[in-house]
Design a protein around this ligand. Sequence first.
Ligand SMILES: Cc1cc2nc3c(=O)[nH]c(=O)nc-3n(C[C@H](O)[C@H](O)[C@H](O)COP(=O)(O)OP(=O)(O)OC[C@H]3O[C@@H](n4cnc5c(N)ncnc54)[C@H](O)[C@@H]3O)c2cc1C
Length: 476
Amino acid sequence: MRLGDADVAARSSFWLHQALAGDRDLAEPLEGEVSADTCIVGGGYMGLWAAIMLADAGQSVVLIERDICGGGASGRNSGMALPAWSKIAALLALGGTEGAVEVVRASGAAITAIDAFCAAEGIDAWFERRGWLWAASCSAQDGAWDESIALHEHLDLPPPARRVARDEIAALTGSTAFVGGVLDDSAATVHPGFLARGLRRAALRRGVRIFERTAMTGFARRGAPVVTTPRGRVQAGHLVLAMNAWSAGVRHLAPAIFNIASDDGVSKPIPEELARTGLQGGPLVIDSRVFVGGWRATRDGRLNVGVTGGIIGFGGRVDARFDAPSRREADMRALMQAEHPALAAFPLERAWCGAIDRTASGLPLFGALPGNPHILYGYGFSGNGITMTHVGARLLASLILDRDDPLRDSALLRPVTRGFPPEPIRFPGAHLVRGAVRARDRAEHADRRPGVLVRLLAGLAPSGVTPSQANIRRKE
Ligand SMILES: Cc1cc2nc3c(=O)[nH]c(=O)nc-3n(C[C@H](O)[C@H](O)[C@H](O)COP(=O)(O)OP(=O)(O)OC[C@H]3O[C@@H](n4cnc5c(N)ncnc54)[C@H](O)[C@@H]3O)c2cc1C
């Protein structure tokens, strides 16, 4: 089967358009009953990496996807593959030291592994090791990275990044808007859509049976895993729920996450402007706001801009608004106006959004449902899923194959607990907190101290790249 023109046209993500132009393959939906060693629900990076690793270990794998593989966050993100060192405080607060160190190490190794995998499989995912500039656009946010770097020092680990001053940032990016920052050379950029579709092809080559347009409608909570779909059933030795934000629709998984959109835009090709302003070939840039903003140049000479803290679905629902074109083009331009004015007039090609499954600590969680070691979950990537899905797939494969793995002693392996209040408190509460985060950010950029209530409410925001101090200290 092949995806039709109308289906491709209806997708708002620029990356998916580019990727689907050369790969319209669509797997048949599931009809009837199938069985496998492992059934995976969700065809994003998480499900696909898990499928590939399990197939490589000799398992038979069935993967079901409600839409198309890559149709979720994996085909919509900003393509910034970051190591996890900025999350070290949360890793230490929620787990042991050795586990924390292993997660940071594994996240760095995942970047190398993604590159090597793509090279070996003939996937041109535009992998480029450009480095990551984490910078502050106002003095109140300067040093957002200090605690993470100090913790590395304290643990006798090599510094994960080096401090860069205003002049060097200007030389690297063409922007004079930042007051300071750190540069981590290990981070990379990828083409999200080419990566997702490439992983799908690699899974199919390994004999993974993929069924697209096949939603899980339910699963047996007790005994051997059985997954039901509208026209079929899957029986499996293990079940992996790799559903990202849609985990909010699963009663056992919902309490740990809070879904909020991130929005991305891609410009028409502007290689001359990028070269003239110094960004082409430069690092990916992320600021230090709680609702972080980021931008980078793509390999084909476009500007990719991302803003976070967007729409919220009641009860975590990923409703139709998450598939519509983004309404935040003005916010993207305002971000560039503030952080790289020479690029703020970028001619937009497309803007879209997608749901982010934030946990309170900013760390994803993996494990088995209580009372059933055969039903596993991996979600809560909080906007950092490109590397962490690879790390998480390794952990889930270790659990399923009963392999020793130091990741088993890390904070990644933890039970589902309530990170946020239930509805009907969550939805209005989230809007209040979102408003306070924006107000605090405006005040900080105007060199004003935000009011007590704003500080209090903004402190309740879940962690992103920049950890929320209140939340990482709180046991999830
Ligand atoms: C706009 C945006 C920008 C981002 N930028 C970055 C970035 O720069 N760097 C980074 O590291 N991360 C980024 N992320 C986050 C990253 O994309 C995700 O963390 C990552 O893709 C998660 O992979 P996943 O497989 O868990 O989720 P997904 O790719 O969302 O896959 C989950 C899949 O499960 C399917 N599914 C759901 N329910 C069912 C069901 N009932 N039955 C069958 N299938 C189901 C969905 O259709 C979906 O395809 C960004 C996300 C967004 C939205």
